[in-house]
Design a protein around this ligand. Sequence first.
Ligand SMILES: [Zn+2]
Length: 181
Amino acid sequence: MQIQQRPHSPSVLQNSVVVFSKNYLPMSRINIKRAITLLITGQAEPVDITQSAVFTVRSPSVVLQVPEHIRLTMTNPERLWKVPPVNRREVLRRDNHSCQYCGVTKSLTLDHVIPRSKGGLHSWDNVVAACERCNSKKGDRLLHETDMVLRHKPKAPTHPAVAFAEQFWKDQTDWNTYSGS
Ligand SMILES: [Zn+2]
């Protein structure tokens, strides 16, 4: 995800706006029409961040200035979110539908990093997506008994808002580095 669109993009309505919670946590990216609704109804207000862009939206009767960053003015009802169950669908989603040993995206199975026969748990930090080939190559062995290496250390999925916030601040840093001065 990149911070795209600086001024003069072909259609201003294709831009998106970052929404912060009342406590200034970046929460999500929404389209500009939704942002206009929140601003007009007083549910959100502009946030002043250095290098924020302002989008000018014109209709026949009105010209609106929509900032790139807005903040909700009311406490956002916390959405209930629980760590998803460890099942095939959720594990493949977390692992981007790729084998965590070789990276292929076909014939995927679930592998217990520490085999169940050796006390490994069916838990987020012990289950990864693995292709059939890697799974049978590894067999019933522990990882250090093989020459295989995990591409990522498995862990439970992060709350979507937390994941968004982490990515947002990373993008801000990248952008500031990129823009130089
Ligand atoms: Zn593989």
